[in-house]
Ligand binder design. Structure first.
Ligand code: SF4
Length: 219
């Protein structure tokens, strides 16, 4: 989905930021496209993931899409930063969401703002809402060296996540520079040139800490 209220320094899809780009489709057109893959989805236990940008900017459309997919018995996943007000439209959308993939960029509001341009209050409120309403979720954790990869931070992160029963997994995503070219093409200044991708050892260390706290991981 086009449009995103965040401006993450490592975003690999800065071309999705603006709401007015992209191709407009109707619900029927999209459903028709999705149905071409129904046999494959049934065979592979797959489903539909809506990501962005930020899909919650088009919450009414996604709610309607997920409602239709639920009626067709198709698994629905929402890939989001959780940066939203939890209004009736969002609640309705979540009723039809099988799995939420929630990006938590940093637990500290100041660090979060420095990386994304916004603080993390709404994201953490969104996580609480998911937990209170028993909506299955996976947390996405982009590992950015020097920002959120110290053992102390990972321990804190693990302790925080552990309290949420709705969180079934933490997906570790090592930071990569693949989006850099897009920034340059769009005339944007990439601010992480001094940051290297995390080493395999660092990722192993993070997975080890999370596992030692009883958290299931995926990477
Ligand atoms: S939330 Fe996602 S799409 Fe939006 S700026 Fe961050 S990484 Fe990019």
């Amino acid at each position: 989905m086009q449009g995103c209220p965040l401006r993450c320094k490592y975003c690999h899809n800065p071309d999705t930021w603006g709401k007015n780009y992209g191709e407009e489709v109707t619900l029927d057109e999209l459903l028709e496209e999705i149905m071409k893959y129904k046999t494959f989805m049934d065979f592979s236990n797959g489903g539909v993931t809506v990501s962005g940008g930020e899909p919650l900017l088009q919450k009414k459309f996604v709610a309607k899409l997920f409602e239709e997919l639920r009626n067709l018995d198709i698994h629905t996943a929402l890939d989001t930063s959780g940066f939203t007000n939890i209004d009736e439209d969002v609640k309705r959308l979540l009723e039809y969401t099988s799995l939420v993939l929630l990006d938590i960029k940093h637990l500290d509001p100041v660090e979060h703002k420095d990386l994304t341009g916004v603080d993390n209050k709404r994201t953490l409120e969104f996580l609480r809402y998911l937990d209170e309403n028993k909506i299955k979720s996976w947390i996405r954790y982009v590992v950015l060296p020097g920002f959120n990869d110290s053992p102390e931070y990972v321990e804190r992160f693990a302790e925080f996540i552990k309290q949420f029963k709705s969180v079934k997994k933490v997906e570790i995503l090592p930071y990569h520079e693949l989006g850099k070219d897009k920034w340059e093409k769009l005339g944007l200044v990439y601010q992480l040139n001094h940051v290297s991708e995390p080493t395999k050892e660092k990722i192993k260390e993070i997975v080890g800490i999370l596992k030692s706290k009883g958290i299931s991981t995926l990477c």
